[in-house]
Design a protein around this ligand. Sequence first.
Ligand SMILES: Nc1ncnc2c1ncn2[C@@H]1O[C@H](COP(=O)(O)OP(=O)(O)O)[C@@H](O)[C@H]1O
Ligand code: SF4
Ligand SMILES: [Mg+2]
Length: 339
Amino acid sequence: MTALLEVHDLNVEIPLSSGRLHAVRGVSLSASAGQAVGLVGESGSGKSLTLRAVMDLLPVPATITGGTIVVNGVDVSRMSAKQRREHLSSAMAMIFQDSLTALNPTMRVGDQVAEVPVRRLGMSRSSARARATELLDQVGIKDPERRYRAYPHELSGGMRQRICIAIALSAEPGLILADEPTTALDVTIQAQVLGVLARLRRDQGVGLVLVTHDLAVISGTCEHLNVMYGGRIVEDGPTGELIHAPRHPYTAALLRSVPDPDLPVHRLLSIAGAPPDLLEAIPGCAFAPRCPAVIDRCTTEQPPLAPIGRMRASACWRAHDHEHWPPDIAEPAAGEMRA
Ligand SMILES: Nc1ncnc2c1ncn2[C@@H]1O[C@H](COP(=O)(O)OP(=O)(O)O)[C@@H](O)[C@H]1O
Ligand code: SF4
Ligand SMILES: [Mg+2]
C-alpha cells in the first residue's frame, strides 16, 4: 500500500505565560490509500494539534518543535512555507467539527464548493458549478441543484457537514483529515456522514485519518486505531484486536466509557482522575496516577511504545502481563458512573 502520510516523532509545544505546554510528545502514525486510521483519546490528549500540525494549520503560538511529516513521499518540513502549503493543499484536506464556523455565512454553499475548482484547478465558472453540483450529489445531498443556492443557515447541521466534506473533496485530495466530523450531529445523521466517508474510501481509494473521542464511531469506520493519552500514542494496532483485547489499561478504560446499547438508559462511564498536566515533564507513565494496574516502575520510567507481535504496539510496562491486570480494568466501578 502507498503511504500517503508518515508522521515520525512529532512534537508540538505552546509557549504560555505559565510555561511551555508540551501538547504533542513524539507522535508517529501513518495512513495509506484507501485506509481509515482512527485517533482516539480524551479531550486535551493532543488529537487536534496533531492533525493541525500535519495540515500546517497550528493555532498561534503553537509550533512544531521536532519530528518529520512526509506527505506523498515528500518531507514537508524541508519545504518553504509556500511550497508546503501548495503540496499539502493538493494532497490533503481537513474537515472540522464545527461546520457552521467553517462555512462562509454570506455565500451560497454551492459557490463555496465551486471555489477551489476555479481557484486552484483552473476550471471555468460553469464547469466548476457542474462539478460542485456533482460533489453535492456525491455526499448524499438530495436535489443538489436547488441546495446549491442555499446559504449555510438554511441547512441542517448534518447537511452543512456534508457541504464541508464536499468542499474538502473539491480539491481531489488523496487523504482526508477529519477532526470530530460527527460529534455535533445526532446519531442518524452521524451514520450518514460516516457512510459518505466510507464510500469515498471504497470507491475512490481516499485515505482517512479520523479523530474522535468516541471509540464506537472508530470501531465501525477504521481498520487501524491509535490511542492517544497525554500527547503520546499509547497503543496502536488493528481496531478489532484493540477493542477485543486491549493491551494498554487506558484503552481498556476508554472502552468502558463507550455507551452500552443494551442498557435501557445509555450510560457513559467516565475515567476516574484527571489527565496529566502537559506543562510538566512527566517522569514515568502519564497514566500512572489513574491506572489500576500501576506498579513501582511506572512512576519513574517512561514505557516506550513497544511492538506486540507484527501489527500492534503498546506503551505499557505490563502489556505482556495483561491476564494479571486487576479485574476493575474490565469491570466498571459503580462510583464512576454518570448518566
Ligand atoms: N491555542 C491553544 N492555546 C493554548 N493551549 C492549547 C491551544 N490549543 C490546544 N491547547 C492545549 O493543548 C492540549 C492538546 O489540545 P488538543 O490537541 O486540542 O486536544 P484534543 O483535540 O485531543 O482534545 C490541551 O491541553 C489544550 O488545552
Ligand atoms: S505503564 Fe504502568 S501505569 Fe502505565 S498503563 Fe502500564 S501499568 Fe498502568
Ligand atoms: Mg480536538
